[in-house]
Design a protein around this ligand. Structure first.
Ligand code: SAM
Length: 368
């Protein structure tokens, strides 16, 4: 991805981005960030958060991007990153990175893609969101008597009927659930707080439409599903609230990995598989793909059990391995990210019981 570092573009990998974000949460993404000041202010107000401002136009972002590189006493910040890209060109590199997304007063193809609507553009916004992430959109709307900005000239008017019959269904078909729509006047536009909001609010007749939506379950996947396993128990039908599968212990289970937990369908592992907590797992990819959002996972063996939490990666698609990661690296094998308890944090007595080759281990994944 094209990061704007000071005044120049540097290629940044997902792993490097993960390193920059570290433990900071939430990750807030501003799409069509313009001059980047809104993202900068978020980063300044919320030092625990990490902010990413994305804009197609490098020149717009230059000033703020140089500012964040200064010393902290002169406005420098290390919890913000600017990316130069059309949002449609961001593919998997930002997948599920965002806990919260803003699109403030877009124009050009960004506005068209939302208003017309264009599934490629909306799904690229959806891909950036974690399931459950709020999307806050504000769309400038021309009003009778007010001059029409050129960028809006050939767009349909955002009437309530058009919003209901075209814009909202477009968002919903791309994996968002709309939770609120309201029409606002110049004072509320000013309160959006961006540079364009201030400019537009100077016109007393200005109106905008604010839409709040939530990223819902992932779009239907095309990967080859495996048939449901006979022993995996899907407690609540297809859209399971809870799913249980079985696996076996193994003498090479060490449980010392500091970043991940894994269950594998393989019968054998070597001592290097330090994240594996169960082998010969009988989970089914099709059943796991029905689970979305935040999950609690319980591993039970004999009379003892331990639990952990994580957030499902919508891109999961591996029928052999089920990996939980502390980071947000959304590889195909990663079932869930934001893991709060890697293998090394399980009690050692519990890990010893998993290393018994006769142990029968039940794993229950509960959707919150
Ligand atoms: C009217 S400005 C709004 C900027 C800022 N959000 C604000 O409110 O001040 C719209 C921005 O959207 C950006 N933009 C347009 N199409 C885009 C796309 N496909 N992907 C990313 N940014 C885009 C433009 O470069 C421009 O900076």
């Amino acid at each position: 991805m094209n990061a704007l570092v000071g005044g120049r573009i540097a290629n940044l990998t997902r792993v490097q981005l993960e390193g920059m974000i570290g433990e900071r949460r939430p990750v807030i993404v501003d799409i069509g960030a313009g001059d980047g000041k809104f993202a900068y202010r978020l980063a300044a107000d919320r030092p625990d958060a990490f902010c990413i401002g994305i804009d197609a136009n490098q020149d717009n972002l230059l000033k703020q991007s140089k500012r964040v590189r200064r010393k902290p006493t002169r406005g420098g910040k290390d919890n913000i990153l600017y990316l130069v890209s059309r949002v449609q060109e961001i593919t998997d590199e930002l997948q599920s990175i965002a806990d919260e997304v803003f699109v403030n007063l877009p124009w050009g193809e960004l506005l068209h893609g939302i208003v017309v609507p264009k599934p490629e553009l909306l799904s690229s916004i959806r891909r950036i969101c974690m399931p459950g992430a709020p999307l806050r959109l504000s769309l400038y709307h021309q009003t009778a008597g007010a001059p029409t900005p050129l960028v809006l000239a050939d767009l349909p008017e955002l009437t309530p009927a058009y919003l209901d019959s075209v814009v909202m269904p477009g968002l919903e078909q791309s994996g968002f659930q709309v939770t609120d729509v309201c029409r606002v006047g110049s004072e509320e536009i000013r309160q959006i707080g961006t540079t364009w909001a201030r400019k537009l609010a100077q016109n007393q007749l200005a109106e905008a439409v604010q839409i709040e939506a939530t990223a819902t379950r992932p779009l239907q996947r095309q990967t080859g599903d495996t048939p449901p396993s006979p022993s995996g128990k899907n407690l609540a039908g297809t859209h399971s609230a809870s799913y249980t599968f079985k696996c076996s212990g193994h003498p090479n289970i060490r449980g010392t990995h500091h970043k991940t937990v894994e269950f594998t369908r393989d019968n054998e592992i070597t001592g290097r598989a330090t994240c594996v907590l169960g082998v010969a797992a009988d989970f089914s990819l099709a059943d796991l793909q029905n689970i979305v959002g935040n999950v609690t996972v319980e591993i039970a063996v004999g009379d003892s059990s331990e639990t952990f939490h994580a957030t499902v990666n919508p891109a999961y698609g591996d029928s052999e391995r089920m990996i939980f990661r502390k980071s947000r690296l959304p590889t195909e094998q990663t079932f869930a990210v934001d893991l709060d308890k890697p293998a090394s944090q399980f009690t050692r007595s519990f890990i010893r019981s998993l290393s018994d080759p006769d142990a029968s281990i039940m794993v229950t994944v509960k959707q919150k």
